[in-house]
Write a protein that binds this ligand. Sequence first.
Ligand SMILES: Cc1cc2nc3c(=O)[nH]c(=O)nc-3n(C[C@H](O)[C@H](O)[C@H](O)COP(=O)(O)OP(=O)(O)OC[C@H]3O[C@@H](n4cnc5c(N)ncnc54)[C@H](O)[C@@H]3O)c2cc1C
Ligand SMILES: *[C@@H]1O[C@H](CO)[C@@H](O)[C@H](O)[C@H]1NC(C)=O
Ligand SMILES: *[C@@H]1O[C@H](CO)[C@@H](O)[C@H](O)[C@H]1NC(C)=O
Ligand SMILES: CC(=O)N[C@H]1CO[C@H](CO)[C@@H](O)[C@@H]1O
Length: 616
Amino acid sequence: MLFTPVAVAVLAFVMCPGGSMAAAIHSRDGSAPAATYDFIIVGGGTAGLAFATRLGQKLPAAKILVLEAGPAPPANEPGISIPGLKGSTLFGPYDWKFLTTPQEKINGRVIGQSRGRVLGGSTALNFMVWDRAAKAEYDAWEDIGNHGWAWGTMLKYMLKVENYVKTSSSIVFGLNKGVGTGGPIQTTVDRIQPPQQLPFIPTMNNLGIPTNLESLNGNPMGAVYQPSNIRASNYTRSWAPEYLWIAGSNIHIVTDATVQKVNLQRTSKGQQATGVTLQDGTVYTATKEVVLSAGTFQSPQILEATGIGQTALLTSAGIKPILNLPGVGENLQDHIYVSVAYRLKPGFTSFDSLTTNATYAAEQMALYQSGQPSAFDYNGSNFAFLNWNQILGTDAFMLRLAALAALPTSPVDQTKLSFLTNPAIKAGIPQVEVLFADGYTGTKGYPAAGSPAYGNQYITLLGILQHSFSKGSVHIDPSSPSAPSPPIIDPNYLAKDYDSQAMIQIVKYLRKIAKTAPLKNILVGEYEPGPAVLTDAQILSYVKDTVSTLWHPIGTCAMLPKDKNGVVDCNLKVYGTTNLRVVDASIIPVQISAHIQTAVYGIAERAAELISNGYS
Ligand SMILES: Cc1cc2nc3c(=O)[nH]c(=O)nc-3n(C[C@H](O)[C@H](O)[C@H](O)COP(=O)(O)OP(=O)(O)OC[C@H]3O[C@@H](n4cnc5c(N)ncnc54)[C@H](O)[C@@H]3O)c2cc1C
Ligand SMILES: *[C@@H]1O[C@H](CO)[C@@H](O)[C@H](O)[C@H]1NC(C)=O
Ligand SMILES: *[C@@H]1O[C@H](CO)[C@@H](O)[C@H](O)[C@H]1NC(C)=O
Ligand SMILES: CC(=O)N[C@H]1CO[C@H](CO)[C@@H](O)[C@@H]1O
């Protein structure tokens, strides 16, 4: 049923399961005349669709337009909908296919920065990990100067997003606290835990790391089973466009519409957004507000193309500076990871078989299509969240490096330092995430077809640095500033010694995990980096050759006080404007120890309440 050609009636895409019609979707190709709306939202991605839907529910008389650069995909597009095909869409037709600049500290390597270019945004491409960071990390958003953004508020809004389903086939997983029901995004814990995954949690326990069955409730520490945004009724991805199933008919969506800039008009109270201009010159008018939800790389791009940002940079790009806001595009933070891969003893069937054994893959697809448990409905749900004391026995070494790395003038750096030093919170804040990945997901590549090792089965341990001290930037390309041209993305990976030393220690710890029972009993040997990489210098060189992104960029339109280089205030309004807001991952001021989609959706839910309050 899944691969039967679907007649792509775009409107059918938003039919509710019950058959009623929600938001109206048009393509720019002809059918969508420019018009006047109360609110214009730029970007129909994670935050954009959640925000538009909730705003429309709260203000039923308001006319709301969402402009999305990408297309509306056909219903049940396999690469999006089938969990086991995640990753297959990267650098495909629904991806902006961004690249970083050559990164100086990692041998000049260029790193891919995939971003969804489709209705649904990056939730079409993401790996469906559904989690939350520690309470103190959200509290820090408030402490840094954003009234009303502490854990209690964020949790309240994150719970509105989800409908957590505990199935009888999920094995032990607790998750009775800190999970929501009744929201549009369906979440569940994988129904299968293949044999190679089972030793992971007991191994972490043997390393002194306790199991934590309630990791979404403000305490993520420990060895955890986590949900994914997967619908338990048919094991398909649950993603942002499902908000539209509950949206009112006051939401209008225009796809294939690339916004170049916001139109501003000077008033006595500040710059007022009057609408937006598309790439083809079309102007849409907004009578109340313009909201940018174009994501961490493109919301700052639109601000700069509009004339809001660093004056010198705008001038060099031939853009007339309207508001000097030096924080635009700065403060870019990202999660980086390094991995080690091990070969499994004979007799295990890992994710690798889906790519190396066509018979197995066909068998699993048939099971999936008939609703049976299958490798295609699972991504893995085993993680561990740890502090440096747990990893190194002492945090003194990393603390010294952190103190050197943290700029005294940067409230963001000082917040990260406090996560390591404040005795009241430091034990409960993860600094490293370990992710158990089924199959080979490393860098050097799976053994070549025809080689003796082809057909081998692997597992990969990923170690992710949660709070890096390196920060970078994203800015317009002066030679081609506006979308759809890509912005210049420079995350500055490993610019600080803290980060490179952290990655070395992480590799050593991942190896320690693999040498601990019961996991060690099912492994035959280290495939990557392999036994030749031993000394710290060799490990660092391996890190530089392989470190990559987990695709969690944030911070480039930071919600911070203006004198701390903020771009938006705690009502998400761009400083110096009366009615221009940013609602997406770019407003997160400080990295959190979690995959970030739950926070992004939560921000959108909260923004809808904040903004609608001003109009009702
Ligand atoms: C490969 C990958 C794996 C990930 N895995 C996970 C995971 O497992 N768990 C997790 O929690 N998070 C994960 N993430 C991160 C998470 O998905 C993103 O942080 C989140 O979806 C970002 O939401 P957003 O609303 O900020 O931006 P997006 O969802 O990217 O939305 C931005 C939208 O704006 C549109 N747009 C941009 N510019 C314009 C323009 N000029 N005009 C009109 N429209 C425009 C884009 O096309 C897009 O639809 C992953 C991300 C990626 C890319
Ligand atoms: C899975 O269920 C959802 C919700 O009922 C439905 O919209 C979708 O079409 C289903 N997917 C498949 C592949 O059947
Ligand atoms: C490929 O998969 C089939 C079906 O599961 C299995 O019988 C066969 O042994 C596998 N082949 C190899 C080389 O592992
Ligand atoms: C938790 C987990 O196993 N995640 C994996 C999901 O699949 C992608 C692509 O195969 C891996 O890269 C992730 O590590």
